[in-house]
Write a protein that binds this ligand. Structure first.
Ligand code: CO8
Length: 260
């Protein structure tokens, strides 16, 4: 499918999804969110894709937020619909079968920070900046930021960021656990691809089940989450990848996973 505000490229079994509105610093308007939703449906159906990287076009921004020029004239109903579109799209991203890495290559503000938090793993360039500046605009975070940020960095740090709208740099985001690694901008995509390829080399069904256990389990109480983990673990026993992985270990050779 052709997209106007997105680029969807494939490098072997890795898909790279680029938000492509560089003149507006990749701000998310409703058309872009709808395209993102459609692209995620496309990726979810594509079993040849083993990992996904999300990034922003240009060298300045990952995503500078929801599109302020569109939001400024919203009625309450339109605002609610826009928030719901963001929630549904980001949840689709979070529950995509394949692991998703956010390669944050610049500003990740408001909806951009929120989108990165709906990805499984965040890595950032040295010039990346993170923040939830909604309160400086008379808004609240509306694409899951009040929920995902506390889950990632704890309530105290999240509250400070959400109440002040302060922008933090990549090193501070690393310090508080919002990003896993920081790289020079020129090597960010190479590092994202290396990480994606390492993941893609593992047993695909086991990776997808692991993602499901994390994403579904995090919202459950521990007993329910562990019960789900036990089901997921049991399911791996039905895969030929389990037979191959365990046999390869015993035979002291590399496994050849087929994703079945
Ligand atoms: N929306 C629309 N356009 C934007 C946005 C944005 N979020 N960010 C930047 N742009 C545009 C600018 O208007 C400018 O356009 P033009 O060239 O036509 O004037 C172009 O991108 C370049 O931006 P700047 O000239 O401002 O670039 P600077 O390098 O000077 O500044 C900044 C970069 C600091 C990132 C600055 O652009 C900025 O502060 N942007 C806004 C950041 C922000 O506040 N983001 C949060 C938005 S609110 C949000 O995301 C809420 C999400 C939940 C929604 C819930 C639904 C109801």
């Amino acid at each position: 499918m052709e997209y106007t505000n997105l680029l969807l490229q494939h490098q072997g079994n890795i898909a790279v999804l680029t938000i492509n509105r560089p003149k507006a610093l990749n701000a998310l308007n409703s058309d872009t969110l709808s395209e993102l939703s459609a692209a995620l449906d496309e990726l979810g159906r594509d079993s040849s894709v083993k990992a996904v990287i999300v990034t922003g076009s240009g060298e300045k921004a990952f995503i500078a937020g929801a599109d302020i020029s569109q939001m400024k004239d919203f009625s309450p109903l339109e605002g609610r619909r826009f928030a719901q579109l963001g929630h549904a799209t980001f949840r689709k991203l979070e529950l995509l079968p394949q692991p998703v890495i956010a390669a944050v290559n610049g500003f990740a503000l408001g909806g951009g920070c929120e989108l990165s938090m709906a990805c499984d793993i965040r890595i950032a360039s040295e010039n990346a900046k993170f923040g939830q500046p909604e309160v400086t605009l008379g808004l609240t975070a509306g694409f899951g930021g009040t929920q995902r940020l506390p889950r990632l960095v704890g309530t105290g740090l999240a509250s400070e960021l959400l109440f002040t709208g302060d922008i933090i740099d990549a090193q501070e985001a690393y310090r508080i656990g919002l990003v896993n690694k920081v790289y020079p901008l020129e090597s960010l995509m190479e590092e994202a691809l290396k990480l994606a390829q390492r993941i893609a080399g593992r047993a695909p069904v086991a990776v997808q089940l692991t993602k499901s256990a994390i994403q579904r389990g995090i919202n459950l109480d521990l007993d329910s989450a562990q019960a789900y983990e036990a089901e997921v673990f049991g399911l791996t026993m039905s895969t030929s990848d389990r037979t191959e992985g365990c046999t390869a270990f015993v035979e002291k050779r590399k496994p050849n996973f087929e994703g079945r």
